[in-house]
Design a protein around this ligand. Structure first.
Ligand SMILES: C[S@@+](CC[C@H](N)C(=O)[O-])C[C@H]1O[C@@H](n2cnc3c(N)ncnc32)[C@H](O)[C@@H]1O
Length: 336
């Protein structure tokens, strides 16, 4: 199951946009960041954010955000809507020209006005190929033109201790600093957070999914890993959720519950259960599936947050001139 929320000493500050149910916020909080501002348009997500961060100022629509209302922060994080660049979409992808994914330009406008030190973006891996790679180029170039040196890397959530195969691209931009994005994204050696998902010393490891939900006697019997948990509704019968079945010895088959979805995304159990739920259970499940499927995996967010905190501590200890770029930006990327 996902880790519970815990209080740690805070040192750095995070602003999140397209905050959803707070996947970035929770991961950064676990790494010692204070959440100082959120921006999210969806009513259900706002109820969940309000439940967990009642004192954090929040705006609804990024198209109306003025940078002057945003508190100072070390890092801005955002997973802008992916519908128009996702490979899961049926038919042509409208890419960054689409109504949803085009909100990236609103994010870029506010970045340009405030120029935060570090920007972190998460999106579906389809962003890399949308419009033959031109949409990704636009994202990188836009940040570079604002003075950010940019790095990116594809991470799979299954390598971060959750039982879900979920590939996403993570983009880090550091303002007028050519070194730090690479230091954040690329570790020189395998560390403990980057442990091999196979067992130690040749032993087969028990997958977190099995540990979480399996019961050798009564079931359910579960696969080692869940396929990527997509935003979908409780009534949905398409192919995405149905690739992850939970089966019982007597033959019963079911989809994941919202609680199990939360767990394979790294959230504590019932993170998305509103205290004041008024919907009937099917409608509520639909809202929860959708929000959890849209979220960033908390464990990946926490890993990145820790890397960013380490880099911030390191860069404050050396003269800024050491990190100034001699050209417009540094472009680098890889997949793991
Ligand atoms: C891919 S999800 C990000 C989820 C988030 N990272 C999380 O961990 O839950 C994109 C989010 O952008 C929100 N959104 C869409 N249009 C928006 C707008 N105009 N202003 C602010 N948020 C918006 C959606 O409601 C959705 O929650």
């Amino acid at each position: 199951m996902g880790k519970e929320r815990r209080k740690v000493e805070t040192k750095y500050r995070l602003v999140s946009f397209f905050s959803g149910i707070g996947g970035f916020d929770l991961g950064f909080e676990r790494a010692g960041f204070e959440i100082v501002y959120q921006c999210e348009i969806n009513d259900f997500c706002n109820r969940i954010l309000e439940q967990h961060w009642p004192d954090v100022p929040r705006s609804k629509d990024i198209r109306r955000v003025n940078h002057e209302e945003i508190p100072d922060a070390d890092v801005w994080a955002a997973g802008f809507p992916c519908q128009d660049v996702s490979l899961a979409r049926m038919g042509p992808r409208s890419g960054l020209r689409g109504k949803q994914s085009g909100l990236f330009y609103d994010f870029a406008r506010v970045i340009g006005d405030a120029l935060p030190g570090v920007v972190l973006i998460e999106n579906v891996a389809g962003l890399l190929s949308s419009h033959g790679g031109r949409d990704f180029q636009v994202v990188i170039r836009t940040l570079a033109e604002l003075g950010y040196a940019v790095g990116w890397r594809v991470f799979n959530s299954k390598n971060f201790g959750v039982a879900q195969s979920r590939q996403r691209v993570y983009i880090v931009g550091c303002h007028r600093d050519w070194r730090t994005a690479a230091e954040i994204l690329f570790e020189p050696q395998r560390g403990k957070r980057n442990a091999d998902s196979r067992g130690q010393n040749g032993q087969e490891s028990v997958s977190p999914f099995k540990k979480s939900f399996g019961d050798p006697v009564r079931g359910p019997v579960v696969q080692g890993l869940a396929y990527c948990f997509y935003a979908c509704s409780a009534r949905h019968t398409g192919t995405d959720w149905s690739r992850t079945y939970v089966t019982y010895p007597e033959g019963r088959v079911r989809r994941l519950t919202p609680r199990e979805g939360e767990a394979i995304q790294g959230f504590p159990v019932n993170w998305t259960l509103p205290k004041d739920a008024i919907e009937d259970s099917e409608d509520l499940d639909a809202l929860r599936y959708h929000a959890v499927g849209n979220a960033v995996t908390v464990n990946v967010a926490e890993w990145l947050a820790q890397r960013i905190a380490d880099a911030l501590a390191q860069s404050s200890a050396e003269p800024a001139a050491a990190r100034l770029p001699d050209s417009d930006g540094v472009l680098q990327g890889t997949a793991r």
